[in-house]
Design a protein around this ligand. Structure first.
Ligand code: IPD
Ligand code: CA
Length: 297
């Protein structure tokens, strides 16, 4: 058995090179298949099927149909693997691998016909330090159907956009950084996020809120953004994008140097900028009024 280790991270996995390659190909194939499906459904017309955490947190029929497609295909191709999907897919793993799926990340963009949405597919293994959900992606793909861009990574193998290796973002100081972020769906969460961003805007080149965390992490890997942070992401939002970003050389933090990224915070940028941004975010949180803080997990 060939043991695969990652030069980009201190982790080791006992998956063989062949298994990693196989699951990387499956992630890419399925992200593209589900992406083609949601693109077709978009052209046919989209409406809200239901709402989740608030009236603005929507689900379309295409979210569900794409997750069903991913679930069916993974059950055929990798029957021993577990599955966790944003729209409720849940299968126990007997292989040690669990697929984490976001059938449409950027659902509000999808609803409005804005381009930043896509499918996120990640194969993960248990790792308490890697991310807040206790899982680490070892292979992942994010497919953006509008631009026909397939972002992929396998642990230790770098990340790619279609067939081209991704360089990662350049190091720039915070005052020249193009910073992306996102907002949650509840009022209390947005009050808190507004309080933080009010303090960050004067410190950076500019801010982007494009509406898909998975895409934001991939655009960071491609060097089209300098930094990204968000409070309150779910594992399916970041599972594949985090690996793609890390494999391009991005450093990722949680709330501080010792907290894994994810909930409550994910902070990502080139190494020095990531530290600078983390400090700026820490200061911004410390300066919030108590009434602005969202106590919800
Ligand atoms: C959302 C997007 C958005 C982020 C939110 C996520 P969804 O996922 O990734 O950019 O700001 O936190 O919930 O609802 O479009 O799958
Ligand atoms: Ca999502």
């Amino acid at each position: 058995m060939t043991t695969v280790s990652s030069p980009g991270t201190p982790h080791h996995t006992d998956l063989t090179h062949e298994t990693l390659t196989q699951i990387g190909e499956i992630a890419a194939t399925l992200a593209r298949e589900a992406g083609e499906l949601i693109k077709t459904r978009r052209a046919e017309g989209v409406s809200v099927a239901s709402t989740k955490s608030s009236v603005t947190d929507v689900v379309t029929a295409a979210d569900r149909e794409a997750e069903e497609l991913l679930l069916r295909r993974l059950r055929e191709l990798r029957p021993a693997d577990g599955i966790v999907g944003e729209e409720g897919a849940s299968v126990e793993s007997t292989s040690g691998i669990t697929w984490v799926l976001d059938p449409i990340d950027g659902t509000v963009n999808y609803l409005y016909g804005l381009p930043s949405y896509g499918v996120s597919v990640a194969a993960t293994v248990a790792d308490a330090q890697a991310a807040a959900d206790g899982r680490r992606a070892v292979a992942g793909a994010v497919y953006l159907p509008v631009t026909n861009e397939l972002f992929t990574a396998v642990e230790g193998g770098g990340s790619r956009l279609n067939d081209t290796a991704l360089p990662g973002p350049a190091e720039v100081p915070l005052d020249r950084a193009l910073l992306a972020t996102g907002f949650g769906y509840t009022k209390a969460r947005r009050v808190e996020q507004a309080g933080v961003i009010r303090q960050l805007i004067p410190q950076v080149r500019d801010i982007r809120r494009m509406g898909s965390a998975a895409a934001d992490l991939c655009l960071l890997a491609a060097g089209r953004l300098d930094a990204y942070y968000e409070r309150g992401l779910q594992p399916w939002d970041y599972a594949a994008g985090l690996l793609i970003a890390r494999e391009s050389g991005v450093h990722v933090y949680g709330r501080d140097a010792d907290t894994p990224p994810g909930e409550p915070l994910l902070i990502a940028a080139a190494p020095s900028l990531a530290v600078e941004l983390r400090e700026a975010i820490t200061h911004a949180y410390a300066a919030l009024d108590e009434s602005e803080i969202d106590e919800a997990p």
